[in-house]
Design a binder for this molecule. Structure first.
Ligand code: GLU
Length: 368
């Protein structure tokens, strides 16, 4: 079984902010046993900014981008050497992979990254993945490693995504923490509300439960089960892997029954959305119920500035409840769609050189 484990800063660092090497050793011990039973692991590890800041003995949390980037540059090698030392005790090799959103956005980069990760795993190496914080500027950053871990799980066809955090899972009531919801079949609005109320965001980490729910949605739509659990319960990994006595382990969020194939999952979640195409009800029905492509005739409005090949969101112009009901790769720039919206093919031919009959071909379209 292939498993992506996401570890947050609060799990990986001690109270003084320095890396908790004892914890990382115990993670290595647990993963070593499971790896010997032929399970495969990828680790998405935070901790760079926190470790860098503590190493430099800076007491306040960084606010500016350049501080965060500088701290990450100091902390990332410390994080990697902690993993490397811990796994070396068991004769295991780790590798460092630093990613930005750009690596997921461009199809060729995405496929390269996927091949690299797969090759590392085939060679029994555990990839230790983090955002490339020292260079990632706003346009290309994820901001939180929860989303990154879900995209990695989707890209590598993992079976499970384990998000280790500093709470035991999603509580069934807020603010009075009562008990953990053991299993969620589908993320409903009620669950989202509970998750937003629940908070795992400590002083050191980023994200909170909200980004974990977003991660679980991405993972779930790509066929990956998500487990949100307390990072201190490392010995629960055995139960998670075997799927036994789950009740004690945290919150399991089941993958959707209808999951996207790899390319569609990439279109839906990995590529950055550059704009929105608003369609009429008839076009929405053709897309959702009839499996059709998107034609210019059904388009009412365009927003954003995008180019051919970009990912765009599709919303219902007449009903705001159907906001962002689909995503797809556009065949035309936004400027051109502005000129041809609402028009039939014969009229369009008089306005532009038609390269494609569809604005978004069905093969490049995903209903969310
Ligand atoms: N990439 C950041 C770090 O290594 C952490 C982001 C997060 O906590 O989600 O410090």
């Amino acid at each position: 079984m292939r498993i992506v484990i996401k570890l947050g800063t609060s799990t990986l660092t001690c109270k003084d902010g320095l890396l908790n090497k004892k914890y990382i050793s115990s993670l290595a011990l647990n993963l070593n046993e499971l790896q010997n039973e032929n399970h495969e692991f990828l680790i998405v590890s935070s901790g760079a900014i926190g470790a860098g800041r503590s190493h430099l003995k800076v007491n306040v949390r960084p606010r500016t981008l350049r501080e965060k980037q500088a701290f990450a540059a100091v902390g990332q090698p410390l994080v990697i050497s902690a993993y490397s030392d811990a796994f070396a005790k068991y004769g295991k090799t780790i590798a460092q992979i630093l990613l930005t959103r750009d690596d997921f956005d461009k199809r060729d980069k995405y496929l390269n990254m996927r091949n690299t990760l797969n090759t590392l795993i085939e060679n029994d190496v555990i990839p230790i993945i983090n955002e490339n914080d020292s260079v990632a500027v706003e346009e290309i950053n994820f901001g939180d490693n929860d989303t990154l871990s879900a995209l990695v799980a989707a890209a590598t066809n993992a079976s499970k995504l384990v998000i280790f955090t500093d709470v035991d899972g999603i509580y069934d009531a807020y603010p009075s923490k009562s008990s953990i919801i053991p299993r969620i079949e589908k993320i409903t609005e009620e669950i989202e509300r509970l998750a937003t109320g629940n908070s795992s965001s400590s002083e050191k980490g980023t994200g909170g439960m909200k980004t974990k729910i977003i991660a679980a949605k991405i993972a779930g739509a790509s066929g990956v089960d998500t487990i949100i659990t307390n990072g201190l319960k490392l010995n629960s990994l055995k139960n998670i892997v075997s799927g036994s006595s789950f009740d004690q382990v945290g919150t399991l969020i089941k993958a959707s029954l209808r999951s996207f194939e790899a390319k569609k999952s990439w279109i839906a979640f990995s590529k950055k959305v550059k704009g929105t195409i608003f369609v009429n009800a008839k076009a929405m029905e053709a897309l959702v119920s009839k499996g059709k492509s998107l034609l210019a005739v059904g388009i009412m409005k365009v927003s954003g500035n995008f180019k051919r090949g970009d990912s765009v969101s599709i919303s219902n112009f007449e009903n705001s409840n159907n906001k962002d009901f689909a995503r797809g790769l556009t065949n035309y720039d936004s400027e051109i769609i502005e000129k041809i919206k609402g028009k039939k093919v014969l009229e369009i031919e008089k306005i532009i050189d038609v390269t494609d009959d569809e604005v978004i071909h069905r093969d490049n379209l995903v209903i969310l």
